[in-house]
Design a protein. Sequence first.
Length: 222
Amino acid sequence: MALTFSDLHTEEGVKSLEEHLVGKTYISGDQLSVDDVKVYAAVSKKPTDAFSNASRWYDCVASHLAKSFPGKAVGVSIGGSAAAQAEAPASAAADEDDDDMDLFGDETEEEKKAAEEREAAKKDTKKPKESGKSSVLMEVKPWDDETDMKKLEACVRAVEMPGLLWGASKLVPVGYGIKKLTIMLTIVDDLVSPDNLIEDYLTSEPNNEYIQSVDIVAFNKI
């Protein structure tokens, strides 16, 4: 539904603008639009502090326009009867224009390309980023030479969680008939913490019946 503002060069007109802007940042919608620029052009000067909403809106639009037109301005005032006579036909012509008219001219190819790149960047930020992976080599030590190493390895591989993949393993002699299990694993960094894996799973009950301790021998990013 079209909005109508009259006599914005008068205090009464500014008062109607003030009342419309109560609880609003812009004339229509939640972003700066052609509506704001049209109304801004019709307001002869910044509203006084008595019209706080209109004054705030005026400064906001002026700030946006300053960014769009970075050239240094010396300030221009329009006066005289000729200007007043020209204002009426100009306003009538503006009312006949399409509501979607671009007051800053047609969009250039460069501007279109930049807009497309911004939209593409927004979409990319919404995509979930892939987490990194790491390759870990662990040494799993039994309590003594009587520990069943097959059951020990079975306990290790029985630990399952998202982002954890067990790999190759072998038994390595330590001495006095004792062997330790060395085993490779691949983890998704955001999902698996090696320290938590050791403390909360491998060396806790019931696995600590077979596993005395676990050490990280190598840790490499993939």
